[in-house]
Design a binder for this molecule. Structure first.
Ligand code: NZQ
Ligand code: ZN
Length: 385
């Protein structure tokens, strides 16, 4: 096991009616900016619950954070925060709203052009406003981590930053607030979280038994409960297990002390930037192909994954690896996520374009061994045609 330091400061309030906990989390004399998306929270009653919990606090609202939150939109929220001397940001929505809130919190007092926060991955960040979250779409793990992914459509970029300063101070996870999710979004969430585990687990053995077994548990729960919850969106127990599994997938514990990959995410973000494909769907395209291209360097973990998660025990090692990758593809497809570029009308030569973007940015070696070069990225995408 590698050395690690682990700290997760987010207080989680889980379960029915927990939106009320906002009342004990945000100081009564705060000036709060409620940040939200396109309006789903007005239709499903979450907004009313939030207003009730906020009580008499001074409140401002900023709606319109889009899926794949946009820098230009968020900079308008930054202006509101500065103008109204806001001191708390309350994100109410999915991963995009939460990520947007983290960016706004970091940008407000940033000396310089806030886009630098993304370009330097928060290297010079020294402060951020406190963020609280009411999560209405499980999947990204943003509710309990220090990461945010921001798009800038005007220059066709999508970049991430990570900082301990932007962990939410608290997050409300009430599975009932997710009952109104369209099938496409809950499927996306399950697939995204499953892939977060893959990125931290399907690498090479590090003798990290706790991390491995926990990672496998999260995958097993998502594989079992995910499709059930897509089919029965108001089954509380099933949805509760999905919500908690997705948080576990990216709140730090399973990734501590182990090698991590994240190449599928890096490539997927480019596909979203260039073609607007949903985040989870880019992963469904990239992951099966990446696992196949990297099958020898990931062989031991692919075998362990196949055996422990999908029960693959017979056949040659090569057959077992192939079967494990095929099971992964089938899982995405079973959730309704198509796994080929052609399903999204994207030509395989997008690989050359993305490889060129990586080269221009100096991203020359990704993956747990640093052996995914721009050439390999091209091969992965050619194979995902
Ligand atoms: O905007 P509204 O009207 O709220 O509608 C949203 C949006 O259209 C809707 N929705 C959310 N909750 C709902 C609901 N509709 C009905 N009922 C509800 N309860 O769902 C749509 C998609 O929402 P979005 O927040 O974009 O989805 P998701 O949570 O999948 O977030 C995707 C973003 O997160 C980033 C992605 O790159 C992408 O930008 N990620 C963030 C990560 C992190 N911070 O750690 C890691 C991930 O790998 C990921 O990259
Ligand atoms: Zn993701």
């Amino acid at each position: 096991m590698e050395n690690f330091t682990l700290f997760n400061p987010t207080r989680i309030h889980f379960g029915r009616g927990q939106v009320a906990a906002i009342g004990s989390e945000i100081p009564a004399d705060s000036r709060v900016l409620l940040l939200a998306g396109g309006g789903s929270i007005r239709k499903n009653g979450v907004y009313d619950q939030v207003l009730k919990a906020l009580g008499g606090r001074t409140r401002f609202e900023f709606f319109g954070v889009e899926a794949n939150p946009d820098f230009d939109t968020l900079m308008k929220a930054v202006e509101v925060v500065r103008r109204e001397r806001i001191d708390w940001i309350l994100a109410v929505g999915g991963g995009s709203v939460l990520d947007g809130a983290k960016f706004v919190a970091a940008a407000v007092d940033y000396a310089g052009d806030p886009w630098e926060i993304l370009v330097t991955r928060a290297a010079k960040l020294t402060s951020a406003l406190p963020v609280g979250a009411v999560l209405t779409l499980p999947g990204t793990g943003s509710e309990a981590n220090g990461a945010a992914v921001i798009s800038r459509r005007s220059i066709r970029e999508k970049l991430a930053f990570i900082s301990p300063l932007v962990f939410p101070k608290f997050s409300i996870l009430d599975p009932e607030t997710t009952f109104t999710l369209p099938e496409r979004q809950i499927s996306n969430g399950v697939a995204d979280a499953f892939t977060h585990v893959i990125e931290q687990y399907l690498t090479y053995p590090a003798n990290a038994a706790i991390q491995d077994r926990f990672a496998e548990s999260v995958m097993l729960v998502l594989a079992h409960e995910g499709p059930k919850s897509v089919k029965h969106p108001t089954d509380y127990d099933s949805r509760a297990n999905v919500v908690w599994a997705t948080t576990w997938a990216l709140q730090g514990v399973i990734g501590a002390g182990v090698p991590q990959d994240w190449a599928s995410h890096a490539i997927g973000h480019e596909l979203t930037a260039l073609h607007g494909i949903d985040h989870a769907r880019t992963l469904a395209v990239v992951v099966p192909s990446l696992l196949d291209v990297q099958r020898s360097s990931k062989r031991e973990k692919l075998l362990q994954y196949g055996r422990r998660v999908w029960g693959i025990r017979t056949g040659s090692e090569s057959d077992c690896v192939t079967a494990a990758i095929e099971k992964t593809r089938q899982f995405y497809e079973s959730l309704g996520l198509r796994t080929h570029l052609s399903d999204y009308d994207v030509k395989p030569d997008v690989g050359a374009e993305i490889a060129a973007r990586f080269r221009a940015r100096g991203v020359l070696k990704i993956g747990e061994r640093g052996d995914i070069t721009p050439e390999v990225v091209e091969r992965i995408l050619r194979q995902a045609a």
